[in-house]
Ligand binder design. Structure first.
Ligand code: AMP
Length: 187
């Protein structure tokens, strides 16, 4: 099973990704998590990503694409994966298409969590209090929402045109959303 989960910041992608990954016994691969881990460990990749992340901007495509290509080549990703937070730009869609074509594999589904912008901003501000993420402050949140709308929302149209997009209502109780996702995904 090869899946992508999309949706604006605060839509609940990470929470749902963990549940989907467990159901299909595949790794949930979050580019944001990989960047944060590298940041915490002070690696060159983390240092490269930091200024972009702090500002709510996207890390450059070449950096992100190389990191994902490397991650998808790991043994645990051979049988399938769920990508959370990637692709986020049309150049990343192209890079992923190349990886898929080179390996003669396809995407099974692209899941879009549909949520109300005001609700997710509230959620992100609450998460800021609980988790203390550096990029969960009001100004950066606003920028991340703008960047999502201009850079990433168009990707859902591209995947819809290919007939692989599944939209799921992401509002409401976490378990309810999980049920909706499981109903919508194959097998
Ligand atoms: P996330 O946890 O998915 O919200 O990602 C946190 C931050 O990591 C984003 O605001 C970006 O700065 C960076 N990031 C994560 N995934 C990507 C991506 N696919 N392309 C570019 N930057 C990314």
């Amino acid at each position: 099973m090869r899946l992508i989960i999309m949706g604006p910041p605060g839509a609940g992608k990470g929470t749902q990704a963990a549940r989907i990954a467990e159901r299909y016994s595949i790794p949930a691969i979050s580019t944001g998590d990989i960047f944060r881990r590298n940041l915490a460990e002070g690696t060159p990749l983390g240092q490269q990503a930091k200024t972009y992340m702090d500002a709510g901007e996207y890390v450059p495509d070449e950096v992100t694409n190389a990191m994902v290509a490397d991650r998808l080549a790991q043994p645990d990703a051979r049988a399938g994966w769920l990508l959370d937070g990637y692709p986020r730009t049309l150049a990343q869609v192209d890079a992923l298409d190349t990886i898929l074509a080179d390996a003669s594999i396809g995407l099974d589904a692209v899941l879009e969590l549909v949520v109300d912008a005001e609700v997710v901003v509230d959620r992100l501000l609450k998460r800021a209090e609980i988790e203390g993420r550096a990029d969960d402050n009001a100004e950066t949140i606003r920028r991340r929402m703008e960047v999502y709308t201009t850079e990433t929302a168009p990707l859902t149209r591209a995947y819809a045109a290919r007939g692989v997009l599944t939209k799921v209502d992401g509002l409401g109780d976490i378990d309810e959303v999980t049920d909706r996702i499981f109903d919508a995904l194959p097998g």
